[in-house]
Design a binder for this molecule. Structure first.
Ligand code: GLP
Length: 236
């Protein structure tokens, strides 16, 4: 694993954006695996700036997001579709019909999950998967469990995740209890993985994920088995 630390979130975000922009420039029709959460916001801001000021174009890119809350429509301000539209898609020239986020309101979540994996497969996997990490070591919404799940699946959110994500909602009671998340097939199938994290609270879990045993109790530890992982960590 390639691990780099930065003094500030802004510097880390610039490095993450450059990493992704280099991929887009080298392969304009690339498939970008994208993530939500607070960690990649600075990366998206910088990509939007590069689009505006440097002509970085996403016009031929396809994007595939990691996850979505079960029950939230894309028009809900806390849905991940809404987040992506706000933070990136509306600010660059990607074609909206080339952006994919699991449909949180699908009547048949199992069918939605199967279709999502079929899409990833049809695209030939992602060229890069951007990740954050949850305080319990989750990636996407792959929560600590007895085994790793390969397929995109419906997951019950861990109480600690509900609590951690309550800051984005009016109260913890408003946080959906379930989510649709890409599994290890989609994540580990990426040609390259870029994980961004910041702050003291993430440092311990990140160390454990990188150097501890590979275990589904700490989902991010599976990244040790991927041949091309870059982790960018900001001290604050
Ligand atoms: C959510 C997302 C994850 C993200 C995590 C950490 O649970 N499903 O993909 O990595 O939050 O979020 P943050 O970056 O805000 O700490």
């Amino acid at each position: 694993m390639n691990y780099q630390t930065f003094p500030t979130y802004a510097e880390m975000s610039r490095a993450a954006a450059k990493f992704l922009a280099d991929i887009v420039r080298a392969k304009p029709d690339c498939v970008l695996g994208l993530a939500t959460g607070s960690s990649p916001i600075g990366t998206y801001d910088e990509l939007a700036r590069m689009h505006r000021e440097e002509g970085l174009s996403f016009a031929r890119c396809t994007t595939v997001n990691l996850d979505e809350y079960r029950g939230l429509a894309g028009t809900h301000p806390q849905s991940y579709r809404y987040f992506m539209n706000e933070h990136l898609f509306s600010r660059v020239d990607v074609r909206l019909d080339h952006t994919f986020v699991p449909n949180g309101t699908a009547a048949d979540p199992a069918a939605e999950c199967a279709a999502y994996d079929a899409r990833i497969k049809a695209l030939g996997g992602t060229d890069v998967q951007l990740l954050g990490i949850g305080p319990d070591g989750h990636i996407g919404f792959n929560e600590p469990a007895d085994e790793f799940t390969d397929a995109t699946h419906l997951v019950d959110l861990d109480p600690s995740t509900i609590e951690a994500n309550a800051r984005f909602f009016d109260s913890a009671a408003d946080v959906p209890r379930q989510a649709l998340t890409m599994g290890m097939f989609g994540i580990m199938g990426a040609k390259r993985i870029l994980l961004v994290a910041s702050g003291a609270a993430k440092k311990g879990v990140l160390e454990e994920a990188m150097h501890g045993p590979v275990t589904p109790r700490l989902p991010a530890s599976i990244l040790q088995k991927h041949p091309d992982v870059t982790i960018l960590f900001a001290e604050k």
